[in-house]
Design a binder for this molecule. Structure first.
Ligand SMILES: Cc1cc2nc3c(=O)[nH]c(=O)nc-3n(C[C@H](O)[C@H](O)[C@H](O)COP(=O)(O)O)c2cc1C
Length: 243
């Protein structure tokens, strides 16, 4: 994976031939050298990238090694180039109960811009766009872990730095004993008139988030819902289908 790297794995040199071992010995500074990276120190990012922590949404592990999925990757900085979402198709992905991707249809893979191998097993925040307010994902997880479905407008970041807006419906999947075994997201092309409202509103949520975190952005959402006299679900469905 060209742009996805674990900070730890990338510092390991390949030593599969004697010649390479020689080269490594010559170039690697001694452990005592000041040049030697401290444990956990970040390697230099290529221009146009930023670090993002990839983590799944499983229970927090207090002891023992971190979850396998908790790694940092290089993410491209958003380049403001919109990727066209064909209106007559749907983007589908499935995750396990911790939010790690287990399936993506061909359009999901195409829009995300990663290969299927790069996506499968990764936490779904691999395509997180920095413009998305935390509150929307909190609402998403709070809802689906209670066994309910949620609709949300989401802007996603593709591997090449491009973006695409979706209208997502996220639902839990159950086993025969009604236990949640994973989640399923079906995304349709968003109503463009709805996006004219959602885009500035998400900016308001992000500004509130910067001041006082999700606590503050929640106040903005409540204010909007009260002014419209609607629940979150009612508002989102109204924006998508009645505007
Ligand atoms: C089925 C399913 C689909 C999801 N789809 C997306 C998605 O398309 N884009 C996205 O950014 N997050 C998606 N999420 C939410 C991510 O798991 C994660 O909460 C989000 O990206 C926020 O990441 P963060 O915790 O790093 O801020 C999805 C979650 C589930 C369960």
């Amino acid at each position: 994976m060209a742009t996805m790297r674990s900070i730890t794995s990338s510092s390991c040199a390949k030593t599969d031939s004697g010649k390479k071992k020689e080269e490594v010995k010559k170039t690697a500074p001694k452990k005592t050298s000041k040049k030697w990276k401290k444990r956990g120190e970040k390697e230099e990012l290529p221009e146009g990238y930023y670090y993002q922590q990839l983590h799944d949404n499983g229970p927090k592990i207090l002891f023992g090694p971190p979850p396998k999925a908790s790694v940092q990757i290089w993410k491209p900085r958003p380049n403001n180039i919109e990727k066209v979402f064909p209106g007559d198709e749907i983007i589908v992905s499935k995750t396990d109960a911790r939010g790690n991707i287990t399936y993506g249809n061909s359009l999901f893979i195409k829009m995300a811009g990663y290969t299927e191998e790069e996506l499968l097993g990764q936490p779904h925040n691999i395509i997180r766009h920095p413009d998305m307010p935390k509150l929307i994902f909190k609402a998403l997880w709070d809802t689906v872990t209670q066994g309910k479905e949620i609709n949300a407008y989401v802007i996603n970041l593709a591997k090449d730095g491009g973006y695409y807006w979706v209208f997502a419906n996220v639902t839990p999947s159950f086993d025969k004993d009604n236990n949640i075994i994973g989640y399923h997201s079906t995304r349709r092309k968003p109503n463009s008139r709805a996006l004219e409202i959602i885009k500035p509103f998400y900016q308001t949520l992000k500004q509130a988030e910067a001041i006082g975190g999700v606590h503050e952005s929640t106040k903005e959402l409540v204010k909007l819902l009260e002014s419209q006299g609607m629940s979150y679900d009612q508002l989102i469905l109204h924006l998508q289908y009645n505007l």
